[in-house]
Design a protein around this ligand. Sequence first.
Ligand SMILES: *Cc1c(COP(=O)(O)O)cnc(C)c1O
Length: 454
Amino acid sequence: MKRIVLPHSDLPDRWYNIVADLPSRPAPYLHPQTLEPLGPEFFAPLLPQALIRQEFSTERWVEIPDRVREIYEIWRPSPLYRADRLERALDTSAKIYYKFEGVSPAGSHKPNTAIAQAYYNKLEGTKRLTTETGAGQWGSALAFAGSVFDLDVTVYMVKSSYHQKPYRRVMMETWGATVFPSPTDRTAAGRAILAEDPDSPGSLAMSISEATEEAAGRDDTKFAPGSVMNYVLMHQTVIGLEAKKQMELAGDYPDVVVACVGGGSNFGGFTYPFLQDRLAGRKPRTRFVAAEPDACPTLTRGKYAYDYPDTARTSPVMLMHTVGNTFMPPPIHAGGLRHHADAPSLCLLADQGHIEARAYSQGDVFTEAVRFARSEGFIIAPESSHALRAAVDEALAARVAGEPRTIVFNLSGVGHFDMGAFDDFLAGKLADYEPPDERIQECLTSLPQVPEPA
Ligand SMILES: *Cc1c(COP(=O)(O)O)cnc(C)c1O
């Protein structure tokens, strides 16, 4: 069986909240000014109550509203594939499967949470949503969700991407969203950045500052983050819950579960339902591999420490693997993997040895993306190509060891908006970049001075 599909009746009816099963209590969020632990009320100007409750929930399962499942049915359950042609191309003894999230209207996993966030906002009377976007996938997903629920969407898009990926902007505008290249002069945070550097290319952390400032300042407006938050990862668990059923249909259980990490939402969404088995002792030997770019190596080179999620330092301080909130990653094409820190639950699990991390160079991942296009057919996003690359490494290691190995990775999205990047790669013109080690050391000095976790 090459393509394993589930009927609509197998669409999950609840999300999985890993916070209920973490090996230790997650560290509290801290107030950005006082650095004291903060409670749910901090988020009231930014998020609807339902999402604040989900953020702090310790319930293992949270029901998916019928209206959200109805919209999910446009593209879910998504298919799981056996990558048999890739296996032959690699001449490996391993079996490779991939879950394909590229079938959503926006072309990635991101609508899984965009739809849920727009739904809860609509329910509580929100009229407008603001958000950040890097390469534009999150902005696209939220623009789509805004059109479904009739909400105005304003997107602060990292300026360098805004100019590099004009069609992403057009996509967002087609769904009715308004897009600004960030930093802008619309917010105090943006004006402060421009005063220091009028040519600032922007960063995700800057866009978050602008989007949250606008949401906090208007009663009719809330903020919709694309990753990192607990509830975002929880919404994404529809991916892993479906994939588990599909692996069962295939008569297999993975030895290795792989996904790429930007902020951690597709990684958490895909792996946590499998990780639940490991944490419960049912599958203690299953391994979990997080793939990241060597240009923004949060898990492999960052520090496990409290940091701000944004440059204006107005968002809650979280315990994460971070390369520092002032870090400006080299302009690699995997724009979705350029966040300076990752989701707290993922970082906790990595810190406790449940998740391994690998970092790859841009050239390495494009080599695999092209092999994949020529074996499996799909042209996949540069972000997803990091997961592919880690899956291929596992398959090659299995061949060397002469072992069977069942590998499943999350294919988080398609690469149809990344043709400029593929063009550069095929022409041998992918830009080089300096290894960021030294700058990471500098940026880590910008961390807030909070007592370190014991
Ligand atoms: C945004 C994005 C990512 C990275 O974000 P996470 O929150 O880490 O999942 C990865 N792949 C694709 C296709 C994306 O759009």
